[in-house]
Design a protein around this ligand. Structure first.
Ligand SMILES: NC(=O)C1=CN([C@@H]2O[C@H](COP(=O)(O)OP(=O)(O)OC[C@H]3O[C@@H](n4cnc5c(N)ncnc54)[C@H](O)[C@@H]3O)[C@@H](O)[C@H]2O)[C@@H](O)CC1
Ligand SMILES: Nc1ncnc2c1ncn2[C@@H]1O[C@H](COP(=O)(O)OP(=O)(O)O)[C@@H](O)[C@H]1O
Ligand SMILES: [K+]
Length: 510
């Protein structure tokens, strides 16, 4: 698990450190990190560093200062460095002087007697120091044309310019980096919204900041593997938590089949199905115990309700019956629309039983609007507000999935590809959430671990080509295995009493 700090948290920590460090020491530390990564990239892409052409795009603040100082260190390694100054009157004075001292070239933009765009397109590496943590809005002035001229990989200093530091939102022109070198701690831009796709690989340079508790956290494989419920010798099919799936209809039986399938694949216990698609579910998943109604389904430790359910009276009755059961529940898809349409359904919910809501943007808007919760560019704030307002865990879907609970805890899961944007993929996620709730997992982590396995299973299934939601079902076990192994846990192998591995001096058979 790694932490993510808001810009304000980072600035406060930086200010404290700046007060006790010699002038310019911090910026040089940051810039040295940038130069180190720039040299590695140059070497990797061109086989060397001396004489390679690096162009720095330099804005008016300390982000530009980092780029200029990095240029100074690159000159020491005989790299040919040209700084394009977007605001020559406000370029970082010490950084500018250092670069010039070391033999770097500086060109004011708009360029006199030089074609700035040609310099950019002829570079082996471009360093983006246009704007950093003080960025507001998209690229302006000469910057968009320069960025459009880039042919080489871009190393972004702190963040790709034009991307919002606190939300990862991109509203116009913005840099697309291969590598982003950031300082002190990761910021929201590195994990939220369009940020991950714009940052490329994020590398962290330690500044020695004394940071508070992070605002957001990102789960890694080992965190998921440590929590994943594995059966022990005393377990049977009931003790691991039975997952109930109330989904699908005669019009949408597929949603039921997918949600049941992911619950079957995620845990080794038992899955019950209640609804109109019992025949389809049985024929695809013979291990599922399928009945026609929630009332007839038997006991479960958690329900999944909503996918393909429809938003009419019949669906309303199913959701009411599920809430009456008083167990942890994942409400998805039509279930969310039903809550928006029939808000009195909330009264049927046992306030002590956890609810996980898994909306995409349109479902979020439908549910949030009457409750006064808007989905703006700050998706973390929106998810937190809806979680607090509904006393639930909210998993807000997207390329970066945001999971918030009613206490304000937030886990983010940035996807590394977009192959999961395929019909039925949400139904697979819901089954995963349900199975983890049934296993007794803390609802915040149930939602976030489900999202991690979903994203990883999607990656494994896609491997660079389009996939169907059903394909993702097939790679769930591989994703779980990866997490469990990352946590240093081996799926248990039980040996009969007294049986031990053969010793060399024991007689061998066969
Ligand atoms: N404070 C510190 O001690 C450290 C700061 N560091 C660097 O300093 C950066 C922050 O520096 P600053 O606070 O000076 O601010 P920036 O360099 O982020 O921005 C400077 C100015 O750019 C302009 N600007 C805002 N949005 C723009 C846009 N969309 N297009 C063009 N120009 C725009 C604004 O006038 C803003 O004041 C960090 O991102 C990091 O790179 C690092 O050197 C580490 C240490
Ligand atoms: N561009 C994207 N990149 C990565 N994941 C995405 C993207 N778009 C959607 N997803 C993921 O795919 C799933 C889609 O769910 P949903 O919208 O409910 O689809 P459906 O109703 O077809 O099942 C969610 O888990 C979401 O996070
Ligand atoms: K930048």
């Amino acid at each position: 698990m790694y932490g993510v700090w808001t810009v304000e948290q980072i600035r406060t920590a930086e200010d404290r450190l700046l007060a006790v460090t010699p002038d310019g020491a911090l910026i040089r530390r940051a810039a040295f990190g940038v130069a180190t990564h720039a040299l590695a990239l140059l070497r990797e892409r061109t086989g060397g560093v001396a004489g390679r052409r690096v162009v720095l795009l330099v804005g008016s603040g300390n982000n530009g200062g980092d780029a200029l100082w990095a240029g100074y260190y690159l000159r020491k390694r005989s790299v040919a460095v040209t700084a394009l100054l977007l605001r020559a009157d406000r370029a970082h004075p010490e950084g500018l002087a250092a670069l010039r001292r070391a033999g770097g070239r500086t060109v004011e933009v708009p360029a006199e007697g030089a074609d700035a765009e040609a310099l950019v397109s002829g570079a082996d590496l471009v360093v983006d120091g246009i704007v950093g943590l003080s960025a507001h809005g998209s690229l302006r002035g000469a910057a968009p044309a320069l960025v459009a001229a880039v042919r080489a990989p871009v190393l972004a200093v702190d963040l790709p310019s034009g991307v919002d530091p606190d939300t990862g939102a991109v509203e116009g022109d913005a840099v697309r980096a291969s590598v982003t070198v950031t300082f002190g701690g990761r910021k929201p831009v590195h994990v939220l919204g369009r940020g991950p796709a714009r940052c490329g690989e994020v590398r962290l340079v330690d500044l020695g900041l004394d940071l508070p508790e992070p605002e957001l956290r990102v789960l890694e494989a080992a965190d998921v593997g440590r929590r994943w419920r594995m059966p022990g010798p005393d377990d049977d099919k009931y003790t691991q938590g039975v997952t109930g799936i109330a989904a699908g209809s005669s019009t949408y039986p597929g949603a039921a089949v997918l949600a049941c399938g992911s619950a079957v694949r995620a845990t080794s216990g038992m899955v019950r199905y209640a609804g109109w698609a019992a025949d389809e579910v049985r024929s695809r998943w013979p291990e599922v115990v399928a009945t026609g109604s929630v009332e007839d389904a038997g006991r479960v430790q958690a329900w999944v309700v909503g996918p393909g359910l429809g938003t009419g009276q019949a669906g309303r009755d199913v959701l009411a019956a599920v809430f009456d059961d008083g167990v942890p529940t994942c409400v998805d898809a039509d279930g969310i629309s039903l809550l928006a349409k029939y808000p009195e359904l909330w009264d049927r919910r046992d306030p002590d039983a956890a609810v996980v809501l898994t909306p995409h943007d349109r479902e979020f808007a439908r549910l949030g609007e009457p409750l006064g919760v808007e989905l703006g560019p700050d998706r973390v704030a929106a998810a937190r507000a809806l979680a607090a307002r509904t006393n639930s865990v909210v998993l807000l879907k997207g390329n970066a999935t945001v999971v918030a609970d009613q206490d304000g805890r937030v886990l983010v899961n940035p996807a590394r590809s977009s192959w999961l944007a395929t019909a039925g993929s949400g139904d697979v996620l819901t089954g995963l959430v349900g199975s983890l709730l049934a296993a007794g997992e803390d609802p915040l982590f149930a939602a976030a671990c489900a999202s991690w396995v979903h994203v990883r299973a999607g990656e494994l299934a896609a491997d660079g080509a389009p996939i169907s939601a059903a394909d993702v079902l097939g790679t769930i076990p591989a994703a779980v295995r990866e997490a469990v192994l990352a946590a240093g846990r081996r799926p248990p192998l039980h040996r009969p009493e007294g049986a031990t591995a053969l010793c060399d001096d024991e007689p061998r058979h066969g």
